[in-house]
Structure formats: C-alpha cells, structure tokens
Design a protein around this ligand. Structure first.
Ligand SMILES: [Ca+2]
Ligand SMILES: [Ca+2]
Length: 85
C-alpha cells in the first residue's frame, strides 16, 4: 500500500521549481502485507536520522528523514493491510 507523504520542494539556483508528489510503501519488506517483518525493519531503524548508520529511508514513512514515533503511528494505521502494486 502506497501512502502519500508531504510534497518535496526543490530549488535550483535560487529558483523554486514545482514540488514532487511522493509515496512510501508500508510493506517495507515487500512480502505483500504490513506485518511483523516490517516492524522488525522499523525497530532497527527507530531513533535514526539520515546521518546515522542504522537509518533506513524505507522506515521513514512520513519522509522527514528521521524514524520516529510518527512513522510507527503511520505503520500502525496500516498494519495487516495488503499491499497492492
Ligand atoms: Ca511486509
Ligand atoms: Ca519519519
């Protein structure tokens, strides 16, 4: 299941270009459903940010470059939901 995250705005040479829509997969392990396999990956990355070794962008479900409670909350909302691609 792809969930929408806030749009990313880019700037090139001081000129702002249009934002880009992004989504994240709750089924981070890719086995077809949000389940304990995904929780394991999220737990490993929990508390990380982009500059830390344990960071996983897959676990950063709200795309704020940190893996925190907000990401776990998003995951909990979709736990056991099937992944459609
Ligand atoms: Ca999964
Ligand atoms: Ca996050």
């Amino acid at each position: 299941m792809a969930i929408a995250v806030p749009p990313v705005r880019f700037s090139l040479g001081g000129q702002i270009v249009p934002s880009v829509a992004m989504t994240r997969q709750v089924d981070v392990k890719g086995d077809g459903v949000g389940n304990l396999a995904d929780v394991s990956l999220m737990a490993t990355a929990y508390g990380s940010s982009l500059e830390t070794a344990k960071h996983s962008s897959l676990a950063d479900l709200n795309a704020d470059i940190r893996v925190r409670l907000a990401d776990a909350s998003v995951f909990a909302s979709y736990y056991a939901a099937p992944a459609y691609s």
